[in-house]
Design a protein around this ligand. Structure first.
Ligand code: SF4
Ligand code: SF4
Length: 430
């Protein structure tokens, strides 16, 4: 970068400076799922950045010609991972979504739905558990099987809903303790969707950590990480949730904060940016972000003891976008899979291309989400794998729905479930 350009960037605000780092080289285009599907410049990172600049310079507003291109972006950050100029695309798109949300709050129904999701549900774990119980009741009623057969969007949504399991995972005041020496004292994020839709996965994560010498705390004062708020343009809501999580985990006195959801981990690693202008929290946010570790990242630092029980399983691994692109974690999960005796790891084509889950994307952009899901299912089936593993609840739900639709028996598992299963006695809490 020339010194003239550096000076010009410094003269701009931080967000604007990020915008003008893009040199339009186009190296990100072949990594962008929406560009690959449509072939349109306006659905590419370079095209979207050009639109952001045009809005910034007052050449266009957030009109019908601009907003849909921003909304079709998955916020997968595949472009960010390959950009030689270091354009922090994720941050730019978060800011853009917040501006759009302000300029076009949408219909009354949409505003109401977002208000319920962002303000009335996600920050309130008890309400989420109550909703989970209602959903479970509904899914066990004849109404659910009828609703799944309704043609069109309504039936599709039912089909994609994960089946809520019998037990929920719940944070608690007492720690989970290992039987032998304590190697580390860690906090575990419970989150919003995972403890309800994937309670057994959370239990597997606790068992794995405890078996390998960790005292595990799941502080009851924690809330949802705020990722959905942030991606949906509710930055203030996300900041409030970030402060609550920082207090909950730092006050628990843990050495690391372990996260089993790629999307949440990436958001929590960025609390330092989210709260950089908050005089009271900026330092605590910095420490907090430093302590956040994806579960695969953390487990590879332990002398993981895996029993030698031959499994004879062919496994393929799907890189969750917020693990591979946002956190740049690709090797640790594969390393752990290779360490499971009897597991043969086979790579699928484009393992790091988005599966189309992307938070609320399945509901807001059903067509593109479906196209990407079908590509992912095709890639999984080509490998002949018995199991596809991922590190993100959204990807797991999306691939389960896609494989079910394709009539496939391939199991979709979280990495911690497969590792835990290797011990051969996976039941309930440790
Ligand atoms: S975002 Fe990065 S890779 Fe993409 S066009 Fe701009 S500078 Fe090039
Ligand atoms: S975040 Fe993903 S979908 Fe959006 S522009 Fe970048 S690569 Fe494309």
């Amino acid at each position: 970068m020339t010194s003239k350009l550096k000076e010009a960037l410094q003269a701009l605000g931080p967000a604007d400076a990020d915008l003008y780092k893009c040199v339009h080289c186009g190296l990100c285009l072949s990594s962008c799922p929406t560009y690959l599907e449509t072939g349109l410049e306006t659905e590419s990172p370079r095209g979207r950045i050009a639109l952001m600049k045009a809005v910034r310079e007052g050449k266009v507003g957030f009109t019908e010609q601009v907003v849909p291109h921003m909304e079709l972006c998955l916020q997968c950050r595949a472009c960010e991972a390959v950009c030689p100029s270091g354009v922090p695309y994720g941050r730019l798109m978060e800011a853009t979504r917040a501006q759009i949300q302000q300029a076009h709050p949408g219909s009354l129904m949409r505003r109401l739905a977002l208000w319920v999701a962002f303000r009335s549900l996600l920050p309130h774990p008890r309400r989420l558990y109550r909703l989970g119980s209602l959903l479970r009741l509904y899914q066990r009623s004849p109404l659910f099987s009828l609703a799944r057969r309704i043609p069109g969007r309504l039936g599709q949504i039912q089909e994609q809903l994960p089946l809520v399991p019998k037990g929920f995972f719940r944070p608690r005041a007492e720690a989970f303790n290992p039987t032998g020496e304590v190697r580390a004292r860690v906090g575990l994020l419970s989150g919003c969707v995972m403890p309800i839709a994937q309670g057994p996965t959370m239990e597997a994560a606790v068992r794995l950590l405890v078996r390998n010498g960790c005292r595990v705390l799941v502080p009851p004062a924690q809330v949802c990480c705020g990722a959905l708020n942030l991606h949906g343009g509710d930055r203030e809501g996300a900041r409030r949730m970030a402060r609550r999580n920082i207090d909950a985990f730092l006050d628990a006195g843990v050495e690391a904060i372990v996260v089993a959801s790629a999307g949440c981990g990436s958001t929590m690693k960025e609390y330092r940016h989210l709260l950089e202008d908050d005089a009271e929290y900026q330092e605590r946010a910095w420490w907090f972000s430093e302590m956040v570790k994806d579960v695969s990242e953390f487990l590879t630092t332990l002398p993981l003891a895996l029993p030698d029980k031959r499994k004879g399983l062919r496994v393929t691994y799907q890189d969750a976008c917020h693990l591979a692109h946002a956190q740049r974690i690709t090797q640790q999960p594969r390393e752990l899979l290779r360490r499971i005796p009897g597991v043969e790891l086979v790579e699928m084509e484009d393992a790091s291309r988005c599966c189309g889950a992307a938070g609320l994307y399945t509901t807001l952009q059903p067509q593109m989400s479906r196209q990407l899901m079908e590509r992912k299912v095709e890639a999984v089936l080509k490998t002949g794998a018995d199991v596809v593993v991922s590190g993100n609840p959204g990807c797991i739900i999306q691939m389960q729905a896609g494989l079910r639709r394709a009539g496939s028996q391939v199991r979709v598992m979280h990495l911690v479930e497969l590792l835990d299963e290797a011990y051969g006695d996976s039941r309930g809490h440790p």
